[in-house]
Design a protein around this ligand. Structure first.
Ligand SMILES: Cc1ncc(C[n+]2csc(CCOP(=O)(O)OP(=O)(O)O)c2C)c(N)n1
Ligand code: SF4
Length: 311
């Protein structure tokens, strides 16, 4: 295949505020796709609603700008009917951890092969700066009348305890590091989360680029080993990673936890539906001339193990 780096960027004008962390995420994600040499037609990027969600318009790949909080179920549907696609979800902390929190948790239990890129600016950017689920208790950003009265969700801890098998944190303006993490997340066999710390220059005057610059350090610089190599170590590795993710004085970024020992959802499905994915809804005719068709032979071949004969 001919390599053409320009092909991943659309020519649309980007309407994020100048200085927004979303620019760093966009640049790193494009570079990651480019370096993995993934064909745009073989990528599907799904977003919900929010400033972050606009990213799908700036990347030249299949994209769905879906509903607030519903990017994950959309993406699951795509992945199940087209397992050959590289599926990525981009979403804000409000989108994925507020209204979409249930879907975020359920995806971990499935371990479906896809990547979640969380644009973690700790506020609801598009709707003008309300406290998002990752904003710590007692913090008052300039858009809030009073300090935040909610406790915050720690995305790393939530993901690990929900079953995500690759869990990382990165910073939007460390493009090289973020790109490498996105590449590893996409290559991971199973569900991956990249929690990206992202300045929102318009509504979050606390967690600014300056704030992150002073606090961030890299896990790999202190020899952190995230990889589970033996099933008996899963609990210890997961607990250590969760503990680490709560550090506040200095903020660790890098891969917290990586477990390739569990079967993916696709593999689990194949064990119960033998014809999956060779006969999948994505490749099967379900209607002709606007009329639904029912192919009894196909149905029986797919679901033979589940048919209960009542006669
Ligand atoms: C069902 C529904 N509820 C609420 C909204 C309003 N809404 C649009 S975007 C958004 C929050 C965006 O915040 P976040 O997901 O953190 O993304 P950001 O804009 O910060 O990137 C909300 C509440 C909506 N569009 N649909
Ligand atoms: S409001 Fe915040 S998140 Fe949205 S584009 Fe502006 S800086 Fe970025």
């Amino acid at each position: 295949m001919e390599h053409n780096p320009g092909k991943y960027r659309t020519d649309l004008w980007i309407d994020w505020c100048p200085g927004c962390g979303n620019f760093g995420i966009l640049a790193s994600e494009i570079k990651a796709l480019e370096e993995l040499n993934l064909e745009p037609s073989k990528i599907a990027i799904v977003s919900g609603i929010g400033c972050s969600a606009k990213i799908i318009h700036y990347i030249n790949a299949n994209g769905v700008h879906s509903l607030h909080g519903r990017a994950i179920p959309f993406a699951i549907g795509i992945k199940l009917v087209r397992p050959d696609l590289t599926v990525i979800v981009n979403g804000g902390d409000g989108d994925l951890l507020g209204i979409g929190a249930g879907h975020f948790v359920a995806l971990g239990r499935r371990n479906l092969q896809m990547t979640i890129i969380l644009h973690d600016n700790r506020v609801y950017g598009l709707t003008k700066g309300q406290a998002a689920p990752t904003l710590p208790l007692g913090v008052k950003t300039k858009a809030l009348a009073i300090p935040n009265i909610y406790t915050d969700i720690n995305p790393i801890a939530l993901a690990i305890s929900s079953g995500y098998t690759f869990v990382a944190r990165a910073y939007a303006f460390d493009s090289e590091h973020l790109k490498e993490i996105i590449k590893k997340a996409i290559m991971h066999r199973g569900v991956s989360l990249v929690d990206v710390l992202q300045p929102c220059v318009t509504f979050n005057d606390i967690h600014t680029a300056d704030y992150f610059k002073k606090k961030i350090y890299k896990l790999e610089d202190e020899g952190w080993d995230p990889v589970v190599r033996d099933p008996k170590d899963i609990e210890e590795k997961a607990l250590n990673a969760i503990r680490k993710s709560f550090e506040e004085e200095k903020i660790p970024v890098g891969i917290f936890y990586e477990n390739s020992l569990l079967p993916t959802y696709e593999e689990r499905l194949k064990n119960v539906i033998k014809s999956y994915p060779s006969i999948s809804p994505g490749t099967t005719k379900i209607e002709v001339n606007g009329k639904s068709i029912f192919d009894r032979k196909l149905f029986e071949s797919v679901f033979s193990d589940f048919i209960i004969d009542t006669e």
